[in-house]
Design a protein around this ligand. Structure first.
Ligand code: ZN
Length: 249
């Protein structure tokens, strides 16, 4: 059965909803720099891949087309940036929720692959709770730290959390080598900021990435590996699916 709304025809959607597919996963990405070696669509492609994997865990879910714009002003100063104000993104989510509720969806899962979307999505949750309280809404929350499961996978391969990084480091580069190796510029992956990732987050929020990293990378992508990238994606989805099942997301 088709699960991807963009590829479905309306009678197929109607039948799916009638058959109990009333959850919609909305993948949220960004269009922002990911170092000299990864494309601007990195988070959008990752969001799409995570959503696809999540449908294997949620048999009642359909996947919406990914939103390629998010809140990315921390990347100001790097060419190519396209983004939304957080109120705009929150309102886009609300607008989409109104429509999907109208054709019978009862549950919305927000799946963001970009940390900067956090505040906008928190605002979206407020707006949704006010206007569409009957819609069951969940959201992933692993935004501003490196998930424990990923650190575990990396450490088995002798990699440190600073190599994994928070942005365009080993983990995102490995994921992209798995998803779209054609878009990873070989030989251009260089280390950026490789200090304490947890400590740098506040500084990124106030001063932007440019102040912390010349090349836009937080981490060290040089040992990225496609097989490990697939494992990272699986682990992230495993964790989120577990939270959804436990009603914690
Ligand atoms: Zn990213």
């Amino acid at each position: 059965m088709l699960r991807n709304l963009a590829e479905m025809a309306w009678p197929e959607v109607a039948r799916a909803v009638e058959g109990g597919c009333t959850t919609v996963i909305l993948p949220l990405g960004a269009t922002e720099q990911h170092g000299p070696h990864l494309p601007l669509a990195t988070d959008t492609l990752r969001a799409e891949a995570l959503a696809k994997r999540l449908t294997e865990r949620l048999p009642d879910a359909l996947v919406a087309p990914p939103l390629p714009y998010g809140c990315s002003d921390e990347h100001t100063g790097f060419p190519g940036l396209l983004g939304l104000e957080k109120e705009t993104l929150a309102r886009v989510v609300l607008d989409l929720a109104r429509r999907l509720r109208d054709w019978g969806a009862t549950r919305l899962v927000l799946l963001s692959a970009h940390g900067g979307n956090r505040e906008a999505l928190a605002l979206a949750l407020e707006l949704l709770a006010k206007e569409l309280p009957e819609l069951d809404v969940s959201m992933n929350d692993n935004f501003e730290s490196i998930p424990e499961a990923l650190i575990e996978i990396a450490s088995k391969d002798g990699l440190s959390p600073t190599e994994l990084g928070l942005h365009a480091g080993e983990s995102e580069t490995s994921e992209m080598l798995h998803l779209r190796p054609d878009l990873v510029r070989s030989g251009l992956g260089e280390p950026g900021f490789t200090g304490d990732m947890e400590a740098v987050v506040d500084r990124l929020r106030s001063d932007g990435l440019r102040a912390a990293t010349e090349n836009g990378v937080l981490g060290d992508p040089r040992r990225a590996n496609a097989v490990r990238g697939a494992r990272y994606l699986d682990a992230a989805v495993e964790r989120f699916a577990g939270e959804l099942e436990a009603g914690r997301a």
